[in-house]
Design a binder for this molecule. Structure first.
Ligand SMILES: [Mn+2]
Length: 272
């Protein structure tokens, strides 16, 4: 894949970039934006993490570069729509306005090349419907092995203090199970909204879990995030939707082809 032939898509959706936090994988996103081209670009919320910036200022050159890259795309003719999320809710006071060449909307309807209509929104408004700690959904099962170890030391300390056994791992396992059911309930609630509006599907972000599946006749799509999963949702010229994981492509690009490695033509090698 060369620098001057970007991958062409009809539309691209990205969300949960969290610029302004150390967790933001701005370099990967920059690489993705450099190597792709589209007619419609949707920024589906939590692009800049205003909450985190208020607590602690963190801003790198690559974070500027992401913004510059998006503004440049908008100037060059890409239709850019910014749908603010809860972490960048400050932008919600500008709904319906244009910011340079970027349109700011609370939620929009996107029609695919094959005529299907999708509701595009961040998704945080369903937090009230689905009451549960959302961070648990992100942490997931990976924490479990660690908590088992932690549980061992935790209960040794409790025993020393003359306290009875209390299973931290059991407690967290229950919480993780609740988190898994939170994801399911969130997805169903978002799909129900699209069904209510007589649409074919919904595209959102917020829970940092890329997904594309049918929920009772509604195509639920989540474009994931750029903190951990490095994913985007793309629409091909045909109208077909697909989740792209950029980490994989990025790694492929970094792989040096065998032909490029030094060979016997190296004069130093010959002299030796
Ligand atoms: Mn969010």
């Amino acid at each position: 894949m060369s620098e001057d032939t970007p991958l062409k898509f009809r539309s691209i959706w990205i969300s949960d970039v969290h610029l302004g936090t150390s967790g933001c994988q701005a370099d990967y996103l920059l690489d993705f934006l450099k190597h792709t081209d589209c007619e419609y670009l949707y920024l589906v919320g939590d692009i800049i993490d205003g909450w985190a910036l208020k607590r602690n200022w963190y801003w790198k050159q690559s974070h500027n570069d992401v913004i510059q890259k998006v503004l440049r795309k908008a100037r060059k003719g890409t239709h850019v729509t910014y749908v603010p999320g809860n972490h960048d809710e400050g932008a919600r006071q500008f709904l319906g306005l244009m910011f340079g060449d970027i349109r700011i909307e609370d939620e929009v309807i996107h029609t695919t090349a094959d005529g299907r209509r999708f509701l595009v929104l961040h998704g945080d408004k369903f937090d009230g419907v689905v009451q549960c700690a959302k961070w648990l959904a992100i942490v997931g099962d990976r924490l479990y092995g660690f908590t088992l170890k932690l549980n061992h030391w935790f209960n040794r300390a409790r025993a020393r203090l003359g306290l009875g056994y209390w299973s931290l791992s059991q407690y967290l396992k229950l919480k993780v199970k609740t988190a898994v059911s939170f994801v399911g309930k969130f997805e169903e609630a978002v799909a129900a909204e699209a069904r209510h509006l007589n649409l074919d599907g919904v595209i959102c972000g917020h829970i940092h879990k890329a997904e594309m599946r049918d929920i009772g006749g509604i195509l639920y799509c989540n474009d994931g995030d750029w903190v951990e999963s490095l994913t985007a949702l793309v629409e091909h010229a045909s109208g077909e939707l697909e989740i792209v994981t950029w980490q994989k492509f990025y790694t492929e690009q970094q792989t040096v082809p065998a032909a490029a490695t030094p060979t016997a033509t190296n004069p130093v090698g010959i002299a030796a």
